[in-house]
Design a protein around this ligand. Structure first.
Ligand code: HEM
Length: 429
């Protein structure tokens, strides 16, 4: 153990260089920011990149100065033709959750939180475990070969768990709401990520917009079904939400269909692609660690997940817009300036984290990472994502204690705000 390792902390046998050899050429390396001042103007993104841990926290907490309105805007401006495809289905993302700096945020978030309460998350652990355990059991027959674990353990399990927790039925085997095969749903959500956070050219925008439009049209059917049948789902709860003062005075009418669809659109993407990406990145770190077989231990598995979130979170950046002049480091940001909060960079900020590049169990302040944000917009699904990641690594280490990674150069998803290897080829042993 190094002299600077905090008391009680033990290295997990992996560092932020663990994925470095696999980092794709031609893309911004993960550690690019650390040698630059914070903030600096990121030419590729066209945004002020903030990577100091303290400044990222400051921006998250000062919601009046760093407003969230730009959080869900398409990073690459959409062509008129792509916009027409979206307009055809009434696509709109009015302020609801992540992009809402106004007073309706709190009641909308509170309604959502009832579906993600600690009690509900705990209750969902049984479903997640069942799915993970059955997939691990099925993998036993493949144990002699090199297997990509993503389709088995990461691709669809978070989506199935999310649908269950919010009470929306998606499967062709369930009755009532319009069914959609998982492969279609995943294509919709992944294409939506690229449309809003990628760099698609005008031809690609048309393909992606078609998928996003299909997704949105399906979502509208789901919302209408929930409203008509009062099915107890999240969409039903949102339709019943009223906006009143403490004295009972009505402030505005109930949530519109467009607002409910906007919640659904963001949630259906953010609520499972992120976890899928976290699990994939996690598998790379975990299977590269000499302590692999020890990750059956829930405490050690949790610490690993928290350290991966600190250093290599899949939601590696998040946007805010400046509303008034504000000094950050040596830069005075002006109203209208857009900032890119480098959440992964802030977790590798050496002034905040001793031996920042070494993943350590028992590190003091393990939960102080910014991967889920901080303050009133902090990620609603953080406990759920963490729980699914921990259960996955524990179950796999239990069933395959001799497994090792066999994926030296995976392809990567590398979008403005979402980043993870796309595969996790593994020799299960
Ligand atoms: C590894 C997985 C995940 C990561 C890294 C992540 C990260 C984030 C981040 C950075 C934000 C923005 C926070 C801010 O603006 O202050 C956010 C917001 C949000 N996330 Fe997650 N997320 C993950 C999983 C999930 C899951 C599983 C769900 C739900 C099923 C979810 C639902 C949300 C919602 C609804 C918001 C908006 C909250 C608000 O504005 O009040 N996320 N997430």
């Amino acid at each position: 153990m190094s002299a600077t390792t905090p008391l009680g902390a033990t290295p997990l046998g992996v560092t932020t260089d663990t994925l470095a050899p696999a980092w794709p050429a031609g893309l911004t390396p993960r550690d690019d920011s650390s040698s630059r001042p914070s903030p600096f103007f990121d030419e590729r993104a066209g945004l002020w990149r903030v990577h100091s841990n303290a400044q990222v926290k400051q921006a998250f907490l000062d919601i009046t100065t760093f407003t969230p309105e730009n959080a869900l805007l398409a990073h690459t401006p959409l062509s008129p033709a792509a916009l027409r495809i979206l307009t055809r289905v009434g696509f709109a993302l009015p302020p609801t959750l992540a992009n809402n700096g106004g007073p309706t945020h709190t009641p909308m978030r509170a309604a959502l939180m009832t579906f993600f309460s600690p009690h509900r998350v705990r209750a969902t652990a049984a479903l997640a475990s069942r799915l993970i355990d059955s997939r691990c059991a099925a993998l036993r027959s493949a144990s002699a070969q090199s297997v990509d674990l993503v389709p088995h353990l990461a691709w669809d399990i978070p989506a199935r768990v999310m649908f269950d927790i919010i009470g929306v039925h998606h499967s062709e085997h369930e009755v009532g709401a319009p069914a959609v095969p998982m492969a279609t749903f995943k294509r919709w959500s992944q294409d939506s990520l690229e449309l809003f956070w990628g760099w698609p050219d005008s031809q690609r925008q048309l393909e992606l917009a078609e998928q996003a439009a299909e997704f949105y049209a399906w979502l509208r059917q789901q919302v209408r079904h929930a409203r008509e049948t009062r099915d107890g789902s999240l969409f039903d709860a949102l339709a019943q939400l009223t906006f009143t003062t403490r004295g009972g005075e009505t402030l505005r009418g109930p949530m519109t269909e467009r607002e409910i669809c906007a919640v659904g659109y963001f949630l259906f993407i953010a609520g499972q692609e992120t976890t899928c990406q976290l699990i994939t990145t996690l598998l790379h770190y975990a299977l590269n660690s000499p302590r692999w077989a020890e990750f059956t231990d829930p405490k050690l598995a949790t610490d690993l997940v928290l350290e991966v979130l600190r250093t290599d979170t899949p939601v590696h950046t998040w946007r805010r817009r400046v509303s008034r002049p504000v000094q950050l480091g040596d830069v005075t940001l002006q109203p209208g300036d857009e900032v890119l909060l480098d959440l992964a960079g802030s977790g590798r900020d050496a002034s905040a984290w001793p031996e920042a590049s070494t993943l350590q169990a028992g590190r003091p302040g393990l939960r102080g990472h910014q991967a889920f944000g901080t303050g009133i917009h902090r990620c609603v699904g953080a406990p759920l994502a963490e729980m699914e990641a921990v259960l996955t690594v524990q179950a796999l280490a239990r069933v395959f204690p001799a497994a090792r990674l066999d994926d030296p150069a995976p392809e990567w998803l590398n979008l403005l705000s979402f980043r993870a290897p796309l595969t996790a080829r593994t020799l299960l042993g």
